[in-house]
Design a protein around this ligand. Structure first.
Ligand code: SF4
Length: 346
């Protein structure tokens, strides 16, 4: 029988587990710290536990991280990991270097059911949800890699923007967000965590009420017709309904909702689309992240003309919107947005 993987426990669950072994709650805190702060996988290294406690833990439990099957480093410093999970499933996670820190892009599902037409993950179909331990395990693995490579920059920001739709795996997402928030554990500031969704309306309010992350919405279209064309499943929720829900979304002080807009050459990159986008976002406190599409083999979209991208951005800025053009990183190793396909042959 497989032993319990302690990465799957929330802090209260670990406390209960340790209580069953006859250990006091403060012991569970110590174990939690070993696992999440110090990245220890061997109970023998937990030197502040009694010999007995260590032996009991070894008999009943394990600390199993996702396996790094491959780590590819891009010319711009982006690192893409191919990870193997217990059942042989493969997922990817990406470390993106910024000026003074790294941002990690986390996956939440093996594959994705939504099949957005521009996305390599979408072409895989859906296999299963990831567990909270697998989701958080991606961070342990990346942090270890940075240590081993003596990277001076720290991992500071997290985006739930990798493979899968986080709100279709809400329970594991919620457990992960609580785990991130623990100051004895991974200890990420909630302001440095962003959950990115296509907009799963029944779950949005619940995510907002957790108040454990910022929100990004993968919008990519200024109207229903274009959304249906490029994101047919996500577009089953009419855009009008999504915008109503977002107008009610509880955003925190000084925050706004980020709208991701992937510019696809000849599809959604006209100045008129920018004007439509402005009207669409009139009721929410919005900032806009523009991304110029990276051509991906087998997908029928073009990179937008740079002059069009600039014109699009200018229309938004002229109306007072914060509209940044996100530099696409890691495209040489297929780590850029929408390119994650967990293909071990790459
Ligand atoms: Fe799924 Fe996101 Fe890709 Fe759409 S863009 S298919 S939601 S992973």
């Amino acid at each position: 029988m497989m032993k319990s993987n302690l990465l799957e426990f929330t802090q209260p669950e670990l406390t209960d587990f340790m209580a069953d072994l006859g250990e006091k709650p403060f012991r569970a805190k110590q174990v939690w710290q070993w696992i999440w702060q110090k990245g220890v996988v061997d109970f023998e290294a937990m030197t502040n536990l009694s010999k007995d406690a260590r032996a009991q833990l070894s008999d009943t439990a394990e600390i199993r991280w996702p396996m790094v099957e491959k780590a590819l480093v891009s010319a711009d410093g982006t690192v893409k990991f191919l990870l193997g999970l217990d059942d042989g499933s493969k997922v990817e996670t990406v470390l993106i270097p910024e000026k003074d820190h790294f941002t990690q892009c986390l996956s939440t599902q093996v594959g994705c059911a939504l099949g957005c037409r521009f996305c390599s993950t979408g072409t895989l179909g859906f296999t299963r949800n990831m567990t909270s331990g697998e989701i958080l395990g991606q961070i342990l693995v990346a942090r270890r890699w940075l240590e081993e490579h003596e990277e001076p920059l720290r991992l500071r920001n997290l985006v739930f923007m990798g493979m899968g739709e986080p709100l279709l795996n809400f329970e594991a997402l919620e457990r992960s967000l609580h785990g991130l928030n623990s100051d004895l554990g991974l200890d990420f500031s909630t302001r440095r965590i962003t959950v990115s969704t296509v907009g799963i309306v029944p779950k949005l309010q619940a995510l907002g009420e957790l108040a454990l992350s910022s929100l990004a919405v993968s919008l990519h279209a200024p109207n229903q017709a274009i959304r249906e064309q490029i994101m047919p499943k996500a577009a089953r929720t009419p855009l009008a309904e999504l915008m109503d829900e977002l107008a009610r979304y509880p955003i925190r002080n000084r925050e706004s909702i980020t709208f991701e807009y992937l510019l696809l050459g000849g599809i959604n990159d006209e100045p008129e689309h920018a004007r439509e986008l402005i009207r669409l976002l009139s009721r929410v406190k919005a900032k806009i992240n523009l991304i110029a599409y990276n051509a991906s083999p087998g997908l029928p979209f073009k990179r937008p003309d740079p002059a069009r991208v600039e014109a699009f951005q200018n229309v938004l800025r002229a109306k007072g919107f914060t509209a940044t053009l996100r530099k696409s990183k890691g495209s040489d190793i297929k780590a850029a947005c929408g390119q994650l396909a967990a293909n071990p042959e790459e």
